[in-house]
Design a protein around this ligand. Structure first.
Ligand SMILES: Nc1ncnc2c1ncn2[C@@H]1O[C@H](COP(=O)(O)OP(=O)(O)O)[C@@H](O)[C@H]1O
Ligand SMILES: [Mg+2]
Length: 283
C-alpha cells in the first residue's frame, strides 16, 4: 500500500453521531464463529460468517456512501455495506477467495499477465461506475478532503496486490480495503495501481514479491494500460513518479518507516533509469 498515513491516525472507533445518522445499524443474528483475518494493521479485521468487521474512522460514512453507490451502479468488484454493528464496527460482505496476505511467498497469480488485464479492466469499470458519484460535500475522506474539484473522481487510492481478491483458480475479481478512498484523478489512481501490479520495482523489491527474474516492466505496463483503455499516455510515467514522490514526501513528513522510505527511493530510481523503455512501450 501507499502507507502515507500512520496506521492508527484518526481511527477512533465508533463516531456515534455521524454514523447513526447516516448508516443503518446492523442487526446481528449470526451465531457463527469469528475468526481474525491476517492484516488489519489499522485495527483487527474479523470474519464472522459472510461478513467482515472492521474498525471505523471519521471517513467511514464517506466510504459507505461510495460503496453503496458502486453497488447501485452495478460494479461487482467491491464489498457490500451492511451497516455498523453493536460494537461500532463496520459490517461488510466477506468476499470469498484468496489474497496474498497469508501466503508465505506471493503466489504465481500475483504476477500473471492475465491478472494484469483483469485489474486494468476492473479499475476501468470502477472508474466508469464512480463517474456519476457526487458525494455529499459534508462527507470527509481520510485525506481530510471533502467535495470534488473539476476533473476529479473518488478513487480507491490503494490498489495494491494486498487489496485484491482472486478466486480459487487465481483469477482476480475484487478490490477491498476502501479506507483510503477519496478525491483524485483517474490517472493518479491508475498510476498507483500500475506501480504495484506492473511491479515497477527495484530488483530487491521484485525478488521479495516472488520474481525470480526481473519482470519485463515495459511490456507489463503496456498490457495494463491497454486493459484499462487509457488513450492519452503522454506523461504517464511522470504521473507514476509524481505519485511515488508524493508518497515519499508524506511518509518522510510523518516520520514513516525507514525501510519503506528506502524501498520507495529505490523504486523511483529504478523507474527513472527505465523511463525511456517504459515510454517507448506505451507510446
Ligand atoms: N471484504 C473482505 N472480504 C474478504 N476478505 C477481506 C475483506 N476485507 C478484508 N479482508 C481480509 O483481511 C485482510 C486485511 O484487510 P484490509 O482491509 O486489507 O486491512 P489492512 O490493509 O489493514 O491489512 C485482507 O488482506 C483480506 O485477506
Ligand atoms: Mg489492505
Amino acid at each position: 500500500m501507499v502507507a502515507t498515513q500512520s496506521r492508527s491516525d484518526k481511527r477512533q472507533g465508533f463516531h456515534a453521531a455521524s454514523l447513526t445518522t447516516r448508516r443503518r445499524v446492523y442487526r446481528d443474528t449470526t451465531t457463527e464463529r469469528s475468526e481474525r483475518l491476517y492484516g488489519g494493521w489499522g485495527g483487527a479485521v474479523i470474519r464472522t460468517g459472510g461478513t467482515v468487521r472492521r474498525s471505523t474512522g471519521d471517513w467511514t460514512p464517506a466510504v459507505h456512501a461510495l460503496l453503496t453507490h458502486l453497488e447501485s451502479a452495478g460494479f461487482d468488484g467491491s464489498p457490500r455495506v451492511f451497516g455498523v454493528d453493536a460494537e461500532g464496527r463496520e459490517v461488510l460482505s466477506f468476499i470469498e477467495g484468496q489474497t496474498v496476505a497469508t501466503a508465505a511467498s506471493w503466489p504465481e497469480w500475483a504476477r500473471s499477465e492475465s491478472n494484469l488485464v483483469r485489474v486494468g479492466s476492473m479499475l476501468r469499470r470502477f472508474h466508469d461506475a464512480v463517474e456519476t458519484f457526487r458525494p455529499d460535500p459534508e462527507l470527509t475522506w481520510r485525506s481530510g478532503r471533502s467535495g470534488l474539484e473539476p476533473g476529479e473522481i473518488i478513487g480507491h487510492n490503494d490498489v495494491s496486490l494486498a487489496n485484491l481478491v482472486a478466486d480459487s483458480d487465481g483469477r482476480i475479481h475484487s478490490l477491498i480495503d476502501w479506507d483510503n478512498a477519496g478525491p483524485t484523478t483517474r490517472r493518479k489512481d491508475l498510476a498507483i495501481a500500475a506501480w504495484h501490479v506492473v511491479a515497477l520495482h527495484a530488483p530487491a523489491h521484485a525478488e521479495a514479491r516472488g520474481w525470480t527474474r526481473q519482470p519485463d516492466v515495459a511490456r507489463r505496463l503496456r498490457i495494463f494500460l491497454d486493459a484499462y483503455g487509457l488513450t492519452d499516455r503522454t506523461g504517464f510515467v511522470d504521473d507514476i513518479l509524481d505519485r511515488l514522490g508524493h508518497a515519499l514526501t508524506k511518509l518522510s513528513a510523518n516520520g514513516g518507516c525507514a525501510e519503506f522510505v528506502k524501498l520507495l527511493q529505490a523504486d523511483i530510481a529504478f523507474i527513472e533509469s527505465n523511463r525511456e523503455a517504459l515510454e517507448r512501450a506505451i507510446a
